[in-house]
Write a protein that binds this ligand. Structure first.
Ligand SMILES: [Zn+2]
Ligand SMILES: [Zn+2]
Length: 627
């Protein structure tokens, strides 16, 4: 294996693997920062280093911590605030709060598969000597809550190992790690850690390092300029986000400083919905002239009660034709997979036996939620009777319904055009408010680019020209002027440009779409002695074909290795690699949930243990072992 390293000073080196590993040497002994994978070994051999005294980790992410073989006496130091995520990471994998109804993302993804032994924990300002160097710890949160920077004073210079605070001049490794709530849950906090990140960068700037060495990225010899460029780029990117954000409708106080900024879309007034609609919870309900009901979404048992009250007479006779005396639920549409739209669907389906219809992309998630780990995911399993594809149309009483894949608020989202009684209503799920588009959670996969994400949604709205747009959380209907539609499209195009500049990728989506590489199923039950199946799905966001290599890393106790598999994915499309996993028939399965990290190489670039899948063991061998 080729080793590739550079020398920063007589005693300090950096190995450039899938991450940068700092190598501080004292004769044939070394202290390593963020060693990950086996590759640093070749560099160590080349440098004549025979022993490792100490390892320091900047933060808990698996892609910079996993896989380095530790010697018996090696000290392992981690940020004190993240120590549990190194030592007792099993609590994360076994706690349902980190599996379902995901609204908070701290600790974030990329947790170690198994806990590691830690000897030292570090807090702000701690200093220690090692060999020829003096080390200082700075707490520098942002990329993760507990990230630290290690300052190394050696050979008359000062080097800052700054974790993933900054990738290169004006660049970040990803944006989804910065998803963090300020006055809200993390779910609503797009780029919410930017203030923390800014403070941390300023803190690093104040100690005047000679160079910044990022975990992911390029060694920066002009830290001042690199930091300025990033702060400027971030401010620009955030401005383009706020300009058309739906969140301004829900949380206006968060955006006071942005009011009436140039280029920001004004917030539209709503209008009254037609009289044959009802709205409760996240549910919209259409009542036909014949007294049938078309229901959309069921996030809570209250929705069922509301419908039963309507059926019991309620306000029906007052507001609608006197001829309607009963109300029969005949069709049910699911807009998207979020828990506040699907949690009570099983109860709804038992109470109102009717046809359940949804888009094919939504159906994939709601019929098998265990296969996914996505924001706001619900464990409720929905029975789907009819799957729609883009443009499928049907008649329901006096209305014509047309279904669309509508990758707005989330990629796994549908839209429904309902025409009849003189109106064209578009049920956009959670995708718009009067303030704009609803893309405040990077985990929702809001892709940028032509004919994907909101660009696709807005073009569809332009083509369909609905008289009313509906959001599941908003009582009023609304529409957009041509100028507002154009403002949203123009801002999206500007975002594609400035976010592409923000990341070291050829398209913004790699830094924004947390799920561009994903395991399917994310979680599955496997029977001991049988064969499990795992598909690694990869979205190629580039406008050229790309090669991807995947290799699931099985637990060492299984005594088997899977060979890496490769695939070439055409431009702007999804590809996948399938693996068969022979599950051992008898296992020392302490804890039945097995985390299998997947090592990814994309376009020749190693990403380390970039994703994971979960296997829940069942079967006789396990029971036998437990007895
Ligand atoms: Zn990281
Ligand atoms: Zn939603």
């Amino acid at each position: 294996m080729r080793s590739y390293f550079s020398q920063l000073s007589p005693h300090l080196y950096v190995h450039h693997g899938h991450v940068n590993t700092g190598i501080l040497r004292d004769e044939d002994r070394a202290l390593l920062i963020d060693p990950s994978g086996e590759i640093p070994h070749t560099t160590l051999v080349e440098l004549g280093i025979t022993g490792i005294d100490q390892i320091l980790f900047t933060h808990h992410h698996r892609d910079n911590t996993a896989g380095f073989p530790r010697e018996n006496k090696t000290r392992v130091g981690v940020p004190a605030k993240e120590a549990p995520w190194f030592r007792e990471v099993e609590t994360f994998w076994n706690d349902p709060q980190y599996r379902w109804h995901l609204y908070n993302y701290h600790p974030h993804n990329l947790m170690l598969a198994n806990g590691i032994f830690v000897t030292d924990t570090y807090t702000e300002g701690e200093r220690f000597e090692w060999g020829p160097a003096a080390l200082t710890v700075l707490e520098t949160p942002g990329h993760t809550d507990g990230s630290v920077t290690y300052l190394i004073d050696v050979d008359g210079e000062r080097f800052a190992f700054s974790g993933d605070l900054i990738y290169d001049e004006g660049q970040l490794w990803d944006i989804y790690s910065l998803q963090k709530g300020q006055q809200t849950s993390d779910y609503h906090g797009f780029l919410g850690a930017r203030d923390e990140l800014t403070e941390s960068l300023e803190k690093v700037r104040r100690v005047s390092p000679t160079a910044l060495i990022p975990t992911h990225g390029v060694v920066m010899s002009n830290p001042e300029r690199a930091i300025d460029a990033l702060l400027q780029q971030l401010a620009h990117c955030y401005d383009k986000y706020v300009a058309i954000s739906a969140l301004r409708h829900y949380f206006p106080k968060l955006f006071v400083e942005f009011e009436e900024r140039a280029g920001h879309m004004p917030i539209r007034e709503g209008k009254s919905p037609p009289e044959f609609l009802r709205h409760f919870g996240t549910t919209w309900l259409i009542i036909s002239e014949s007294g049938e009901a078309f229901v959309m979404d069921c996030g809570s048992p209250n929705v069922i009660k509301h419908i039963q009250q309507l059926q019991a007479g309620g306000d029906l006779r007052h507001s609608l034709q006197a001829s309607i005396t009963t109300l029969e639920v005949t069709q049910f549409w699911v807009t998207h997979y979020h828990d506040d739209h699907v949690d009570a669907i099983p109860e709804f389906q038992t109470t109102f036996p009717c046809e359940t219809i949804t888009d094919s992309v939504v159906a994939r998630v709601i019929t098998n939620p265990i296969g996914f780990r996505l924001p706001c995911i619900s464990p409720s399993v929905t029975r789907v009777d009819r799957i729609t594809h883009d443009g499928d149309s049907w008649e329901w009483n006096e209305f014509t319904m047309t279904a669309y894949h509508f990758p707005g608020q989330t990629y796994y989202h549908g839209g429904l055009l309902v025409e009849g009684r003189g109106v064209r209503m578009f049920f956009a799920g959670d995708s718009f408010t009067m303030a704009g588009i609803d893309d405040y959670c990077s985990g929702n996969r809001n892709l940028l680019g032509k004919n994907v994400g909101y660009e696709k949604c807005l073009r569809l709205i332009q083509e369909l020209k609905p008289t009313h747009i509906f959001n599941c959380h908003v009582d009023l209907a609304f529409d957009f002027t041509d100028a507002e539609m154009q403002c949203m499209l123009d801002t999206l195009a500007e975002r594609e440009k400035c976010y592409t500049e923000l990341f070291p990728w050829d398209h913004a989506n790699y830094g924004m779409d947390e799920h561009w590489v994903r395991c399917y199923p994310y979680e599955q039950e496997v029977v001991l002695g049988e064969t499990g199946h795992l598909r690694v799905e990869i979205t190629n966001h580039s406008s050229e074909p790309r090669t991807a290599i995947a290799q699931p890393i099985l637990p060492s106790s299984w005594n088997m290795e899977l060979s890496p598999q490769e695939t070439t994915i055409p431009a702007l499309s999804d590809g996948h690699i399938d693996f068969s996993l022979p599950i051992p028939s008898r296992l020392d399965a302490s804890g039945k949930r097995i985390v299998v990290p997947v090592d990814i190489t994309y376009d020749g670039r190693s990403l380390g243990q970039f994703r994971e899948a979960i296997f829940v063991l069942t079967g006789a061998g396990l029971t036998q072992f437990r007895q």
